[in-house]
Design a protein. Structure first.
Length: 558
């Protein structure tokens, strides 16, 4: 994004979907900001906003549990393209933040006549309790103006404020490729049949006909998967469903009956026009039928003119409807919550960020997705489990993969700090632990599915207690900029080795009473196991027997 795209006239076009929710322009801008810059799920972003009359100068509240901060937002839109921030609004925000700097003050706001949206935010996020626990208050000013001398000078004296001006927002925005699919046109020969045509309000047209497999395999993008990029997944390989399709394709005697036991394909396109015996489609993507088309393509030599499948070609320019069609039409190989999230903003934004900034890694968001050569693939389900164990400190539910993309999805991925750098940081820790678990003497425990995530949880708790490593946990990008990754990973390797030595002793002391399956699924037991390992580590570190990370350079989280 370029900063001039945030001038008032340009911004109006960007914000139109958010204004349509009935929000003021400034609230719509903040809504867009929370989803695109803070990376919150759309529900979480909606819930955070409390911009209304008598909101005590606070337009939204976000709790950053990772850094133990409470972010209090104020958002301003200016119509003048050359407008600058100044210091008046920053002073006002600073005063507003001070209304919440003690739990008693928060309780006074709750007892007063503040707007109900603000009160609900304060109560649901337990702000009074978090302030008592020492969470830092941060005022966040969001604007489409630019910094000036007065605003910069004021910030030097008030480090509790952060400003996202036009340039800062543009720099933090990750562009998304929404369209996918094939750009161009394809013509179906429908001379052998009269397609059924359905129109909905003049905006959506559907053409239904039995398409010949011989024609379908000529579609672009089957071999490299680009035809299916709007689908919730790619071809899944040699599954039972695909084996059945292959068997039918190779049996030419079954071709006439193929459409009777096949669900067909769905193609979405921008334009479709029936002209005589030709159906011309432009800018198209297949959102259901990747398994079948890929199987047809691999068995082209066995196809005949009799092998046909029911095709539904839908012409529309409605992203919401396209997503609904995609999600509701996939029912051959079982659809999982992960599949239904694969085209969600949080996933596509992370993948775009990996592609733009992390050339050695690939973020896999769809099952069957091809990994570019010479890249290390990190799947979004592994990323979710690592974030669950390390950030959210819930290793005991990391086996419930479905919950990562269901009820836990927003809490795991919809956070400002979840970016490509953080996921790679956690993957490096996970990989070190994966190499070290072979030294766990109880082999069934070593290979248990939750053991590595329990160790990630324990490592995370230790790193947060060490002054030199806390900034790394808060912002791995700071370590990357300091060039200290290799030294950090060497220290971490020693830390993991120390933990495993202590873990072996703890397991031995339990004897036959050690039930790792029950303990690793228990919040109380995992916490108690980690407590004992952390105590052992701290004793060893105090005696100089364990890695204490003192050789790491000091730097601030960014």
């Amino acid at each position: 994004m370029k900063s001039n795209e945030l001038t008032y006239n340009s911004l109006q076009r960007i914000l139109s979907p958010f204004v349509a929710k009935g929000r003021s322009e400034s609230a719509a801008f903040l809504n867009w900001f929370l989803e695109n810059i803070y990376r919150l799920d759309e529900v979480e972003a909606d819930d955070a906003i409390c911009d209304a009359s008598n909101d005590k100068g606070i337009d939204a509240i976000y709790v950053d549990h990772n850094n133990e901060e409470i972010h209090l937002f104020q958002c301003k839109i200016r119509q003048k393209d050359n407008g600058t921030i100044g210091d008046v609004d920053l002073k006002n925000l600073s005063s507003s933040v001070k209304q919440f700097d003690t739990s008693d003050k928060v309780k006074n706001v709750l007892a007063g006549n503040a707007h109900s949206d603000l009160k609900k935010n304060l109560e649901s996020k337990n702000i009074a309790d978090l302030v008592d626990k020492g969470f830092k208050l941060v005022g966040v000013y969001v604007t489409n103006e630019n910094h000036d001398l007065a605003s910069r000078e004021y910030l030097k004296g008030d480090i509790s404020l952060r400003v996202y001006d036009r340039i800062e927002i543009a720099d933090n925005y990750v562009e998304l490729d929404r369209k996918g699919g094939i750009t161009g046109f394809f013509e179906f020969d429908v001379s052998y049949v009269e397609p059924m045509v359905f129109d909905v309000d003049g905006s959506i047209s559907t053409f239904v006909f039995p398409a010949q497999a011989l024609q379908l395999v000529k579609l672009e993008g089957i071999s490299d998967g680009t035809l299916f990029t709007q689908n919730v997944r790619f071809s899944l390989g040699n599954t039972s469903v695909n084996k059945s399709i292959t068997k039918s394709v190779r049996n030419k005697g079954e071709h006439k009956n193929f459409s009777l036991f096949h669900n067909g394909i769905i193609m979405l396109c921008e334009k479709a026009k029936l002209d005589g015996k030709k159906l011309r489609v432009e800018n198209y993507s297949v959102v259901n039928g990747a398994q079948s088309l890929s199987t047809f393509y691999r068995n082209k030599g066995a196809l005949t003119g009799d092998l046909r499948v029911l095709a539904r070609v839908v012409s529309l320019n409605d992203q919401a409807m396209a997503r609904k069609i995609t999600e509701n039409s996939n029912n051959q190989n079982s659809i999982k919550p992960r599949d239904l999230r694969s085209n969600h903003d949080l996933m596509t934004r992370l993948q775009a960020e990996f592609n733009n900034n992390q050339k050695g890694y690939f973020f896999e968001i769809k099952r069957g997705e091809a990994v570019p050569p010479e890249r290390t693939s990190i799947s979004n389900d592994l990323a979710g489990r690592m974030l669950m164990a390390f950030d959210l400190r819930k290793p005991y539910v990391c086996h419930q993969v479905y919950s990562i993309f269901d009820e836990g999805y927003a809490e795991i991925f919809g956070r400002k700090e979840v970016d490509s750098q953080r996921i790679i940081f956690l993957y490096n820790i996970y990989s070190l632990i994966g190499e070290a678990v072979s030294r766990i003497e109880n082999m069934p425990f070593a290979h248990y599915g939750l053991t590595k995530f329990f160790l990630m949880y324990t490592v995370g708790r230790i790193l947060r207690k060490i002054p030199k490593t806390l900034p790394i946990v808060q912002s791995p990008a700071g370590m990357a900029q300091s060039g200290s990754e290799v030294l950090f990973l060497d220290c971490l390797k020693d830390l993991v080795a120390t933990i495993i030595i202590d873990l072996n002793y703890e397991v031995k002391s339990k004897g036959i009473a050690f039930d790792y399956k029950a303990d690793m699924k228990s919040p109380r037991q995992t916490e108690e196991w980690a407590d004992r390992l952390i105590q052992s580590y701290e004793k060893d570190a105090a005696r100089g027997k364990a890695q204490n990370f003192e050789d790491l350079p000091s730097f601030k989280s960014i």
